[in-house]
Ligand binder design. Structure first.
Ligand code: 4NP
Length: 146
């Protein structure tokens, strides 16, 4: 299984989703490949936001080696599922879809709820971590139940 986590900047939410999903999948012995990307290019090549690094570290997850990159059309071919954080990520990615197959791969991480952008509010990083954790747990349950 190959999963791509997507947000706007690829420095706050999707790196957390990448790290959390990777750890959960590993703990369950699932041989899943997780990556993340952004729809905006401001931080390409950078490490995750230090507040996301700290939040992950507080939960025993090291995301400091991740490197920000842009979403690319070939990601539709590369990944089985593409999880986005909010509705603008959803419309940005769906706008790049080439066909129904591409579209079917894209879903909100929280199903019908959004993971809000914490970039301008330090206090949002911990709640965002917890929301993403809940979402990842649910996705693992869904994708491992036949
Ligand atoms: P993210 O947060 O989408 O969760 O990575 C953001 C990070 C940076 C910016 C916006 C959102 N920015 O405008 O630089």
């Amino acid at each position: 299984m190959k999963i791509l986590m997507v947000c706007l900047g690829n420095i706050c939410r999707s790196p957390l989703a990448h790290g959390i999903m990777e750890q959960m999948a590993n703990e369950q012995g699932l041989n899943w490949e997780i990556e993340s990307a952004g729809t905006g290019d401001w931080h390409v090549g950078e490490a995750p936001d230090r507040r996301s690094i700290r939040s992950a570290k507080n939960h025993g997850i090291d995301i400091s080696n991740q490197v920000c990159r842009l979403f690319r059309i070939s990601d539709f071919d590369e990944y089985d599922h593409i999880f986005v954080m909010d509705r603008s990520n959803l419309s940005d990615i769906l706008a790049k879809a080439r066909n129904k197959e591409d579209e079917k791969k894209v879903r909100l991480l929280l199903g019908d709820k959004i993971v809000p952008d914490p970039y301008y509010d330090d206090a949002q990083f911990e709640p965002v971590f917890e929301m993403i954790e809940v979402g990842c747990r649910e996705i693992i349950k869904q994708l491992t139940t036949i």
